[in-house]
Design a protein around this ligand. Sequence first.
Ligand code: NI
Length: 171
Amino acid sequence: MASDLVRFSVAIPGALLAEFDAYAARRGTLANRSEALRDLIREKLVEEDLRTPEEEVVGSITMVYDHHTPDLTRKLDEIQHAHTREIVSAMHVHLDHHNCLEIIAVRGKGEDIYRLADCLLGVKGVAHGQLTCTATGSAMSNGAGHAHGHDHEHAHDHAHDHEHAHEHSAG
Ligand code: NI
């Protein structure tokens, strides 16, 4: 694998890098920033594997942003108005002078929900955001939530195994 390594440079705010180093230290990978970054990328890609474009999913999109960011609120509103079919409900909390927390409940076909989340979280100025999908609508309406629970668990096991395998190779 070592021969596959590619070097690239990344521009990152100093404060963010300091936080990343603190995170890496907690994970025991501070000695190797590249290793810590590779871990994060792999985690993200595993998350992507769990996407189920064909299934009906329910979940929530959580995001934090500074509402003073020019044009940001308008863009987020516009996206949400274009997805009234997928958005069940939204809660907006004015956290402090700058920051807003928005929690949006969503339901719909996987690919539509993922596209909506990518769209919202991709808007420049959204500082932190996450899509959490908790169950499929079809599984719930069939009363087969239990079966889905197993799928979900398995997915987590997979991510967990991956992490362990990786830690071994790093050590
Ligand atoms: Ni607000």
